[in-house]
Design a protein around this ligand. Structure first.
Ligand SMILES: Cc1cc2nc3c(=O)[nH]c(=O)nc-3n(C[C@H](O)[C@H](O)[C@H](O)COP(=O)(O)OP(=O)(O)OC[C@H]3O[C@@H](n4cnc5c(N)ncnc54)[C@H](O)[C@@H]3O)c2cc1C
Length: 376
């Protein structure tokens, strides 16, 4: 039985972070790890699976893998082949589909005229609402694109996504979305935009397929807390407030309800994702087949409705929440010093990070664990 073995690392969570730490520990140091995962599968929120219709779907929202780091891409290439990431998003507003993020084509379609890059910049300079201070997301967008596009593309989407007015949200929330003065319609700008050719679950399955890695699914950390003492360290990638039994209060998250609908057609959307800022309760519809490039006579579209209860997907960007996290971080640092528990990943650091960033964080953490172990 797994518990009779002596483990070097106890790893909580079989998401990207847990899988990478176990893999590096095994291959770099010959350390044995036990991964505890409360869900019935590995790969965390990157999990993909075959729907009843035979179509590969992303269970927890579309995952568009991208990175600027060649080393990170090379590392993952040990466990997967890739296909180019066909990440195209359109926004449905005023009864039309517009390229999104906003680029020259969006501006031309929206304002019914042509633009060079210089003309577009001059035009936005005229229509933007100048602000002395950019205090929140509303100020940020108004000061870049003016009222008409703010109301068409951003306001309704933000209200649905966060149940908060852009005025109440930090400027970084809408500030993450670029505005391009070219005709590049790709969703993101990164150097490497690829998707695993056999899916994310397969990638993480191969990564953890090692004799020094045991995985126990459908096991909550709480149910084994104190029962397993690892020789070197514990890697905790669950929610930090849960680890400390919510003693300082609960860190709030935004969640999503997904509905998957099958259609007896090869494709029903012109691109992988359509945003609905102003219509429907859902924020976006996603036909992931555009990305996976799977050949199938059927297709599946997922519809995402943001909700306040459910799995933790997005930390809510407000100062009070950041402060509460900082208080938990003090406890986490103390726990690290006293009991060699390392808190890493999206849930443990209360941060929205993409998969490449989570993997980088995991690589940093395993290096830290190795260094600390060597220094005794
Ligand atoms: C809706 C959505 C869309 C996204 N889109 C993209 C995208 O397009 N591109 C991109 O690169 N990234 C995207 N991401 C981000 C990506 O999912 C994360 O960066 C990545 O999954 C983080 O890895 P992690 O290991 O830190 O956390 P997770 O993937 O959340 O894994 C943590 C694991 O820990 C387990 N766990 C938690 N608590 C316990 C416990 N007490 N006991 C046992 N197990 C526990 C959880 O069940 C989970 O499996 C998206 C995320 C979401 C939510």
């Amino acid at each position: 039985m797994a518990e009779e073995k002596q483990y070097d690392l106890l790893i909580v969570g079989a998401g990207p972070v847990g899988c990478v730490v176990a893999e590096r520990a095994a291959r770099l140091k010959g350390w044995r790890s036990l991964i505890i995962e409360k869900r019935n599968h590995i790969a965390g929120n990157c999990y993909d699976r075959y729907h009843e219709s035979g179509v590969l779907i992303h269970q927890y929202g579309p995952h568009y893998f991208r990175t600027n780091k060649k080393e990170l891409f090379d590392y993952l290439s040990e466990f997967t082949g890739w296909i180019p990431g066909n990440y195209i998003v359109k926004s449905s507003t005023r009864g039309e589909l517009f390229p999104f993020p906003i680029n020259l084509k969006t501006l031309e379609q929206f304002f019914g005229r042509t633009f060079t890059a210089e003309e577009a910049e001059a035009f936005l300079e005229e229509i933007r609402i100048k602000k002395d201070h950019i205090d929140n997301s509303e100020d940020f967008v108004l000061s870049r694109v003016g009222k008409e596009m703010y109301e068409a593309f951003y306001l309704g989407y933000t209200l649905k996504q966060w149940e908060k007015h852009p005025r109440e949200l930090n400027k970084s929330v809408c500030g993450r979305i670029p505005i391009r003065f070219n005709r590049d319609e790709r969703y993101v700008d990164h150097d490497y935009q690829f998707t695993p050719d056999k899916g994310f679950t397969e990638l993480f399955t191969r990564m953890t397929d090692h004799e020094l890695i045991d995985i126990r699914l459908e096991t909550d950390f709480e149910s084994i807390r104190g029962e397993i003492t690892p020789r070197i360290a514990t890697l905790y990638s669950g929610p930090v407030d849960a680890y400390f039994n919510y003693q300082l209060g609960k860190l709030p998250w935004r969640s999503l309800d997904f509905t998957f609908t099958e259609y007896p057609e090869e494709y029903v959307q012109p691109c992988v994702q359509i945003n609905y800022p102003n219509d429907h309760p859902y924020t976006r519809s996603v036909e992931i087949k555009h990305v996976t490039q799977q050949k199938s006579p059927n297709t599946v579209v997922s519809y995402e409705v943001p909700v306040s209860e459910g799995d933790p997907y997005y930390p809510i960007p407000a100062d009070a929440n950041a402060e509460l996290y900082q208080q938990y971080k003090v406890l986490a640092d103390e726990e690290n010093r006293k009991n060699k528990v390392y808190f890493t990943g999206r849930l443990a650091r209360y941060t929205y990070i993409n998969t490449d960033e989570a993997i980088e964080m995991a690589l940093d953490t395993i290096n830290e664990i190795i260094r600390d172990a060597e220094e005794g």
